[in-house]
Design a protein around this ligand. Structure first.
Ligand SMILES: [Zn+2]
Length: 103
């Protein structure tokens, strides 16, 4: 089977790499406090149902979890793992100071 790198578009001759990216809303576990025991759950559930009905199902799903999967060649994969968040590199060096003369 022939694979094409999804980043550079070249045919993958040797090794191919699968990159999976998943974004989840964190689950912080269940903690029950005094406030929880006095909450009006019926009202909260009704409000939540309203929210779900207002938003489209897919949109709601996207808010919770989104995933991607890419096939990359070795070169693109090596570049990807160097900077997975796509951060801009800060150039280190001398700062140019421009001096303005007062008139
Ligand atoms: Zn590539």
């Amino acid at each position: 089977m022939e694979y094409i790198c999804e980043l550079c578009g070249r045919k993958i001759v040797r090794s191919r790499y699968l990159v999976r990216i998943a974004s989840y809303a964190p689950y912080d576990g269940l903690e029950i406090g005094l406030l929880d025991l006095t909450r009006n759950f019926e009202k909260e559930i009704k409000n939540l149902l309203k929210k779900i009905q207002n938003k489209r199902g897919k949109k709601m799903e996207k808010d919770i979890c989104v995933g991607f999967e890419f096939i990359l060649c070795k070169k693109c994969r090596d570049n990807y793992i160097k900077n997975p968040l796509g951060k801009k590199r800060v150039k280190r060096g001398r700062k140019r100071i421009s001096r303005k003369r007062n008139p």
